[in-house]
Design a protein around this ligand. Structure first.
Ligand code: SF4
Length: 307
């Protein structure tokens, strides 16, 4: 049975509620938010916390995050840690350090290397070649124990960047595909410099489904420059037809003083609060009608919703 679930929130969400508790919050995936990062939490502090596992604390299976920071071009809405590499040598150097880090962490945690979750995020993980990605996966397997029923995610760029195929990613052990869509409208895509045809995106979703990924999650953003309720509705309808397992709906967070690429975005191109609220309420109504169950609780502007 499919039903709407709003943990910790009133059954009815309306614009007054959103306006009243509105504000800007970090993406929950960056927990703790970047505003809580302090230099005092250095490598030694990290190791000492990790060492607590040895004394019997926190003996739950591990969740590993692998960051691939490279991108081919800069999207103006970006608030991630990214680098446009000068050449392949930059990537190779990074991957050498990454392999070293995996070995060091594996050694440090000897006897306690059971992993239930793995997440490759970016940047653009699928900018790497099949050989590069396979090598990282192999390094992880040699140093950690990936359980059979674990959740192994990778963020996939639907733009054709390398010759990586969905079956190849599946073969490496990934079973959870995350595909960024943002909005299908060309004007919106131009204003954030993230050009990705509708055809390529829908094909990527279909290929991931055919390759047998256990979960496919789509990421949408509302509140982008030049975005309107009608354009967003068009994207929503197309995505509903594509039938992904999960939808992650983010509210565009405009913080140009913090995220340099966003300085390229004209303030006057951003939809106003009313339009953003309308987009949010529209998404809730349409996705619920389509049978998606609400599982996230960040319904406030600047936050994320998951279906
Ligand atoms: S939004 Fe994603 S793909 Fe675009 S520049 Fe940022 S990290 Fe790279």
């Amino acid at each position: 049975m499919r039903s709407l679930f709003l943990p910790g929130l009133p059954a009815e969400i309306n614009s007054d509620l959103i306006r009243r508790f509105g504000g800007h919050y970090s993406d929950y995936r960056l927990y703790p938010g970047t505003e809580y990062f302090i230099e005092a939490f250095d490598a030694n502090t990290y190791l000492s916390w990790l060492g607590n596992r040895k004394s019997g604390h926190f003996r739950r299976p591990l969740a590993l995050y692998v960051h691939i920071p490279f991108c081919t071009s800069l999207c103006f809405y970006c608030h991630f840690n990214q680098i446009i590499p000068d050449d392949d040598a930059d990537i190779k150097t990074y991957l050498d350090y990454l392999a070293r880090e995996i070995r060091l962490r594996g050694k440090f945690l000897t006897g306690d290397t059971k992993v239930e979750q793995l997440y490759f995020g970016g940047g653009t993980p699928t900018l790497l070649s099949e050989t590069q990605l396979s090598n990282i996966m192999q390094e992880i397997r040699q140093n950690f124990n990936l359980v059979k029923e674990g959740e192994y995610c990778i963020e996939i760029d639907a733009r054709k960047i390398t010759n990586l195929s969905m079956p190849a990613l599946k073969e490496m052990g990934f079973n959870f595909a995350i595909i960024g869509v943002q909005d299908f409208d060309q004007l919106v895509q131009q204003s954030i410099q993230c050009l990705q045809t509708e055809e390529n995106t829908l094909r990527a979703i279909c290929n991931a489904q055919q390759a047998g990924f256990k979960t496919i999650r789509i990421e949408l953003i509302y509140g982008l420059p030049k975005q309107t309720v009608q354009k967003f509705e068009y994207t929503l309808e197309k995505i509903i037809v594509a039938n992904p397992d999960q939808i992650n709906l983010l509210n565009y967070l405009h913080l140009p003083e913090k995220f340099k690429p966003q300085r390229n975005i004209n303030l006057e191109d951003l939809p106003d609060t009313e339009a953003r609220i309308e987009m949010l309420l529209l998404a809730i109504a349409r996705l619920t009608d389509a049978g998606y169950m609400h599982i996230g609780m960040n319904l406030l502007p600047g936050a994320t919703i998951n279906w």
